[in-house]
Structures are given as structure tokens and as C-alpha cells.
Design a protein around this ligand. Structure first.
Ligand code: ADP
Ligand code: MG
Length: 525
């Protein structure tokens, strides 16, 4: 429907004729429904007993995951308000790496509560204000429940393990993986905080998840240019070359240049000596390992092998960056004037074969403490989900160390948040109080969902949680085997980073208040 206005008697079209417009309560209600629906779709995956989702793309690709952000990313979502919930999950994933389901479920519940308030004639602006006040109270509560203890390895392992439980990683030993994650974090933990960018996760199929290991260095998905090259070099000088090692100018140019056999032989010799020259130059400069971004001609490869140089070609930008950071090698654009100062160093460079592919291990780089977690899985699906779980766990440990410690998990923090908001709501006047209380009710969705997914009665669970919280100040829903019970999650090592809770509250509030404020949807199609 085109929007028409009159100006000086002439009709003026301010919108394209085929644009769609929905206004007022219709717009609000359609947005709220869409947002709620999308949050609802990931609800069953929350917590250790959460189920997995299988997502099938148009092309038939299958992803099996329990990760909220991945699910929402894979789903083809068109509705703009639903898209905002997807963005909540994305922001959460980017900022803290975990809590994506929590954040989107909370956003959906905030919308559902807002819908009720709107029906009771609470103005959208009042809802927005109330939600913002409640969100500030929630952050206070997160601060209050943050554990005082220093984050030692033991505590760090617990947070890491909590973030991995319930991931579709098969029968992985979560404790062992958590140990690997903490070792990786400690290897790159310095005065500037955790150098998270120096930890990479690589996957390889062909072994069970328990074969997952920490490599003290960088692993590049590259294979040697020539089979006669050494497959392991100790105390290696490493060069990164951003060029092609091939004939610069064709010596055997066009047919009419060559008039007799001697000339041809000369041209061939000139080529050979140019190709051999590369190998000689690199060998003489003392380079043991050459990582080349461009092509390396086969003949150069065999000359390099003769000089005992291990070379890799068509290096990816990621690998080049990682190797440069780890070894301290500068990227060189030419082989003229090679200077040892520009080379990097590694204790060992070795090539290992995994399931038909070679991997280059660059260990003990001289410049930075780069490490790699080599994740193994029986199948690609298992390895991929393990990779996601490990990356989340690494982010979680980083968030716990660098941004504000850990809080009790298993719904305990949410029970504390809701309790704090309710007790402060009493002093807030007018209808805004209703919105603040509605926010507290929305936060209950997390423990309630954990209860449901554990097969417990959600109402009984909430009652028990609140009463234990009243007595002890901390109460969570411990999932064990096929059921669960109410207890202190800290005793069970169930902990989440405070940053995950803060980010979830902030991004869910932001999305929900944004959607509630919209009363006009104009889409040009
Ligand atoms: P998210 O995407 O929000 O991280 P998860 O499926 O990872 O969703 O579930 C996280 C929630 O599960 C957190 O609230 C966490 O405290 C809780 N949790 C983790 N382990 C347990 C456990 N053993 N028992 C109960 N809750 C747990
Ligand atoms: Mg999680």
C-alpha cells in the first residue's frame, strides 16, 4: 500500500508503491510474536539436559548443535523483530562466547511480559523505563553474587567444565577437556590479560574426542612442497615469503626467439639456474623453513629439498599471521638482501599426517606463546561441535579471568537477580513498578526452563529454589542423571562467568525494549 500525502494539492508519494506498512498495535503484536517465537525455538536446548537441534540447509548440509547462537545463525530468519533476537545471540557470542541461549530466551520472555503489560494499558515508554531500571538492579545482583575467591586453576576448570556440560560432544570427558582449556589459557596468560587470539582450535577427524591435545605452538594446514624435504627440523630459522618462487620472465619466450638447439639449451639452462638460484639463496641465508604465500615451482621444490629446506606454498593469510606472531618472522616480499633479523625461530617444526592430510606443527615459537588445541572427533559432526564447545570454553575462561570473576550457575544467579529486583520494586512508584516486577518474572524463565529440561515440575522447583535462596543466599537446580535437585551449585562446581550474566541481561533488555518501542513497520519489498 503506497503512502500518499497532499502537498499544495499534488499527491506526494513518500513510500514506494509496493511497500508494506503495519502500524500501531498490529505492528507491536506481530513483532512481539515473532521475537517470542524465535526465543521459544531454542528454549529446549538450555542447560545440561537440553536437547540438540538438527538443522538442514537448502543444500542439504546438516548441523547438529546445542549452541543457541549456531542454531539461530543457521535458521533462515526473515522477520525483522525475530532478526533482532538473533542479533542478541550474536552479540552475546562475540562479547563473551557463551550464554547465547540464556540471552535469547530472556529476551523472548521480556517480550511476553511486555505483551501482558501492554494489554493492561501500560504505556510502552513506561515499560521501557521499568525494564531499564530493572536491568540496572539485575547488574547489581550479579555483582553481589560474584564469588570473592581468587580464580585459581581449580575454579577455572570448574567454570570451563560448566560451560561444556550438555554440549553435544558425545561421551567426552568434560573434566579432561576443561584441563586442556585451562592449560591453553595459562600458556597465553600474561600481564596484559589472556592473549585469547594466540589460542587456535583445529579439528581433525579419525580419532575419538579423548585424543584432543594441546600443542605448544601453531598448527598450519599446509603440506610440504616436495616429498624429499625433511619432515622435522629442530631449532629452525623460519622465513615467511610473500611471493612466487618461479620463473620471473620466460626465457624461452616465443618461438621466433629460438633459432637453433644451442639457443634453446641456453634458455633452459638460464631457467634452471634461476630456479636453482632461489633454493641456493634461501639455503645460504640459513633458512630451514620457508612458508611461501605464492606458488613454488616443482623444480624449485626439488632444489629446496636438496638444500634441506622444508618449504610450504599457497600459505593462507591466517596461517601466515599465526606463524609470524609465534616465530617473530617478518613477511618478506623479495629474496634479495635476506637478513637473519627478519627470520623467525621455532624450537621445532614438524609435519604430521592426519587422515590423509599433512599438518605443519610450528612448536616453541620464539616471539609469542601461541598454542593450539587440536580437537579430535570420530566424525566431522562430532569434531565440529567439539570445536564450538572448546571455543566457547576458551572464551568463558577468558571472560572469567579478564572481566569480573564467576557467579553460581544452575539458575542460582537468576534467582538472586529476580529476588533483588522484587525487593527493590516496592520503592518504585506508579505503573513503572509493574514493569520492574514483570522483568523479575521474566528472569525466572531461566531456572524454570532448567527445571523443565531436567524433567522436574517447574512450579515446585521455583518454590524450592526461592525458599533455599531465602535461607542460604544461594540456590540452584543441580541436574544429575535423569533428574535434578535444589542445592548450592558452588559445591558442585557449577559456575558461570559474571560477564556472561551481565551481557545476557544487557543485550536481552536492549532488544526487548527496542522491539516494544516500535509501533510502525514499513518494509519496501
Ligand atoms: P547458554 O547458551 O545460555 O550457555 P547452555 O545450554 O550452555 O546455554 O546452559 C547454560 C546454563 O546451564 C547456565 O545457566 C548454567 O549455569 C547451567 N548449568 C551448567 N551445568 C549445570 C548443571 N550441572 N546443573 C544445572 N545447571 C547447569
Ligand atoms: Mg553455554
Amino acid at each position: 500500500m503506497a503512502q500518499q500525502q497532499r502537498m499544495g494539492g499534488q499527491p506526494m508519494f513518500i513510500l514506494a508503491e509496493d511497500s508494506q506498512r503495519t502500524r500501531g498495535e498490529d505492528a507491536q503484536s506481530s513483532n512481539i510474536q515473532a521475537g517470542k517465537a524465535i526465543a521459544e525455538s531454542v528454549r529446549t536446548t538450555l542447560g545440561p539436559r537440553g536437547m540438540d537441534k538438527m538443522l538442514v540447509s537448502d543444500g542439504g548440509d546438516v548441523v547438529i548443535t546445542n549452541d543457541g547462537a549456531t542454531i539461530l545463525e543457521e535458521m533462515d530468519i526473515e522477520h525483522p523483530a525475530a532478526q533482532m533476537i538473533v542479533e542478541v545471540a550474536e552479540t552475546q557470542e562475540e562479547e563473551v562466547g557463551d550464554g547465547t541461549t540464556t540471552a535469547s530466551v530472556l529476551a523472548g520472555r521480556l517480550l511476553a511480559q511486555a505483551e501482558d503489560l501492554l494489554e493492561d494499558d501500560v504505556h510502552p515508554t513506561t515499560i521501557v523505563e521499568g525494564y531499564h531500571e530493572a536491568s540496572a538492579l539485575a547488574l547489581e545482583a550479579v555483582e553481589d553474587v560474584t564469588l570473592d575467591e581468587e580464580l585459581d586453576d581449580d575454579l577455572l576448570r570448574k567454570v570451563t567444565e560448566s560451560s561444556m556440560t550438555g554440549k553435544g560432544t558425545g561421551d567426552v570427558d568434560a573434566a579432561a577437556l576443561a584441563g586442556t582449556v585451562v592449560d591453553a589459557i595459562r600458556a597465553v596468560d600474561g600481564e596484559q590479560g589472556v592473549g585469547r587470539e594466540n589460542i587456535t582450535v583445529r579439528t581433525r577427524t579419525g580419532a575419538s574426542s579423548s585424543a584432543t591435545e594441546l600443542v605448544e605452538g601453531v598448527i598450519a594446514e599446509e603440506e610440504p612442497v616436495h616429498e624429499d624435504m625433511p619432515r622435522s627440523v629442530e631449532g629452525a630459522s623460519v622465513a615467511i615469503l610473500d611471493l612466487d618462487l618461479e620463473i620471473r620472465e620466460a626465457n624461452i619466450d616465443a618461438e621466433y626467439d629460438i633459432t637453433d638447439v644451442d639457443q634453446l639449451n641456453q634458455a633452459i639452462e638460464a631457467e634452471e639456474s634461476e630456479l636453482r638460484g632461489y633454493a641456493e639463496t634461501l639455503g645460504d641465508a640459513g633458512i630451514d623453513i620457508a612458508f611461501v604465500t605464492g606458488d613454488v615451482e616443482d623444480r624449485v621444490g626439488s632444489y629446496l629439498a636438496e638444500f634441506g629446506v622444508l618449504a610450504f606454498d599457497s600459505l593462507s593469510d591466517d596461517d601466515a599471521g599465526a606463524i609470524a606472531r609465534a616465530t617473530g618472522a617478518k613477511t618478506l616480499g623479495s629474496v634479495d638482501d635476506l637478513d637473519t633479523d627478519d627470520f623467525g625461530h621455532a624450537d621445532r617444526v614438524r609435519v604430521e599426517r592426519f587422515g590423509g592430510d599433512d599438518l605443519a606443527f610450528v612448536e616453541g615459537g620464539a616471539a609469542a606463546e601461541a598454542v593450539t588445541v587440536l580437537a579430535r572427533g570420530g566424525t566431522e559432526h562430532v569434531a565440529d561441535e567439539l570445536e564450538r564447545a572448546l571455543n566457547d570454553a576458551l572464551d568463558v575462561a577468558t571472560a572469567a579471568l579478564d572481566s569480573g570473576g564467576v557467579v553460581p550457575g544452575a539458575g542460582a544467579s537468576e534467582i538472586a537477580i529476580a529476588d533483588h529486583i522484587r525487593s527493590e520494586a516496592a520503592s518504585i512508584s506508579g505503573r513503572k513498578q509493574l514493569a520492574v516486577e514483570a522483568f523479575a518474572d521474566a528472569v525466572d524463565v531461566i531456572p524454570r526452563t532448567l527445571a523443565e529440561n531436567t524433567g522436574m515440575d517447574p512450579i515446585d522447583a521455583l518454590v524450592d529454589l526461592r525458599s533455599l535462596h531465602e535461607e542460604e543466599g544461594v540456590a540452584g537446580l543441580i541436574a544429575e542423571g535423569q533428574t535434578g535437585h535444589v542445592d548450592d551449585p558452588v559445591e558442585y562446581g557449577i559456575l558461570d562467568p559474571a560477564a556472561v550474566k551481565r551481557e545476557a541481561v544487557e543485550s536481552a533488555t536492549e532488544a526487548a525494549t527496542m522491539i516494544v518501542r516500535i509501533d510502525d513497520v514499513i518494509s519496501s519489498s
